[in-house]
Ligand binder design. Structure first.
Ligand code: LRH
Ligand code: MN
Ligand code: MN
Length: 430
């Protein structure tokens, strides 16, 4: 393991200071849950098996189109990013996989990258393509779109890039390609809606045809940005239409920040589960739009309600396998701290959803007892599962308080010596 990672002895020493506190808090929670007929050990086992992928682009400081303020010791390349991901996993133990973004992540030897990841105890989740920005020396610009572009050569270039991503993903052991396009229009009349969608489908079909048998193609919709009047894959309806047209390996990915304000995201999740088309998630939080705030930092109850749908479906025996990923931009925090906190928040929402009394909720729903039903959800959401999450981390060799242990480790200061600051600029992604 790399010498830059957190010293296991230091984690153990940190845990020792909190051990007795966690022991009594956990016992107390177990007692409380026991009175509600819930076996804490069973919940703990489910939570311990849960993981959410880290976006490789999330470990660098983000930015907006106005400015980027670089942080200390930012990763210089994909190997540094992996190392930061390893630190997150070592301390929080909820993020065993990494989701790459091509070509933001560059590498001359993908098998070496895979080996490095595995030496850190990490594997690769879905691979993300990028046809929403132009790369140096690119033959055709994506200024007016990619998979749905009016120009056939531009579409072909975008298709080829996605097929390249599949090849990279194969070398890494990924099993899914996530496709988000910024294609759309900024003026009424600029784009022929139906033709643009047909062109998108035609291109997507070519990518789909190149998909290995055991892969999924995850279609990510987004209401706006960078196109602010219309987007080709605007909402879950367009995404669903596309996924249905493409075939069973195509499913719809829900990024929590990609909806109009007040949209009922948990209802969308329920619909996609019912249709067998839920690919997975990009977790983040938002107040106004695609703000890419830390998961659960603004609306933890909404995140819980999403997990409530997932847990309910699993409880009812529905077969589905969503991919869980974070997709956030960290502008004012240390990305490692944000990602650990977000992973734990997602894990927390899952744990809380496991506490819902499903039989009582079914009965309340059947009896049209709205008050009891909503109290049942609140009872689960308002349960402080912190000791359970701490215990899960502890058992897995992580830190009881990941942020405190991280700060005490001096990791950021150490890597800052090796990694010079990258100048600011707009829309900065490492
Ligand atoms: C688009 C998006 C998509 C991209 C990522 C960087 O807003 O959510 O998932 O790949 O951000
Ligand atoms: Mn996303
Ligand atoms: Mn987004």
């Amino acid at each position: 393991m790399s010498t830059n990672l957190i010293d296991a002895g230091a984690i153990a020493a940190h845990n020792d200071t909190l051990l007795s506190q966690v022991g009594s808090d956990y016992a107390h929670l177990g007692e409380q849950l026991g009175r509600r007929g819930i076996d804490i050990e069973r919940v703990r086992a489910r939570v311990a098996a849960f993981g959410v992928a880290i976006p490789s682009w999330g470990v660098g400081t983000g930015g907006t189109r106005f400015a980027r303020f670089p942080g200390q010791g930012e990763p210089r390349h994909v190997f540094d990013k992996l190392q930061d991901c390893a630190v997150i996993q070592q301390l929080a133990r909820a993020t065993p996989t990494v989701s790459l973004h091509i070509p933001w992540d560059r590498c001359t030897d993908w098998s070496e990258l895979r080996q490095t990841a595995s030496s850190h105890g990490l594997a690769f989740d879905a691979i993300n393509s990028n046809t929403f920005s132009d790369q140096k020396d690119q033959a055709h610009s994506y200024k007016f779109g990619s998979l749905s572009h009016t120009d056939a050569a531009t579409r072909a270039q975008a298709v080829a890039h996605n097929i390249d991503c599949i090849e990279i993903g194969r070398a890494l052991g990924s099993k899914a390609l996530t496709v988000w396009v910024g294609d759309g229009s900024n003026f009424p009349g600029q784009q022929h809606f139906r033709r643009a969608f047909d062109r998108y489908l035609d291109s997507a079909q070519q990518i789909y045809a190149a998909l290995p048998g055991d892969w999924r193609m995850m279609l990510e919709h987004k209401i706006c940005e960078p196109a602010f009047y219309s987007t080709v894959i605007q909402d879950w309806g367009s995404s669903f239409l596309a996924a249905q047209t493409l075939g069973p390996k195509a499913q719809c990915l829900v990024d929590l920040g990609h909806h109009a304000p007040n949209v009922n995201i948990e209802l969308i999740v329920a619909r996609l589960i019912a249709a067998g088309k839920l690919a997975g998630f990009h977790f983040n939080d938002s107040k106004y739009g695609d703000d890419d705030l830390d998961a659960g930092s603004v609306s933890p109850y909404r995140l819980f309600l999403v997990f409530n749908e997932l847990v309910a479906a699993a409880h009812e025996g529905v077969a589905f396998d969503p991919a869980y990923m974070l997709d956030q931009s960290h502008n004012v925090t240390d990305p490692i701290e944000s990602l650990m906190t977000s992973a734990v928040q997602v894990q927390r929402s899952f744990a809380q959803a496991l506490l819902v009394d499903r039989a009582a909720l079914d009965a309340a729903q059947d009896a049209n007892d709205a008050m009891t039903a909503t109290h049942l959800l609140k009872a689960a959401f308002q349960t402080d599962v912190t000791p359970l999450l701490q215990r899960v981390r502890l058992e897995a060799g992580g830190a009881i308080d990941p942020v405190a242990a991280y700060r005490a480790s001096g990791y950021r200061q150490r890597v800052a010596v090796q990694r010079p600051a990258v100048a600011g600029g707009s829309g900065g992604i490492v």
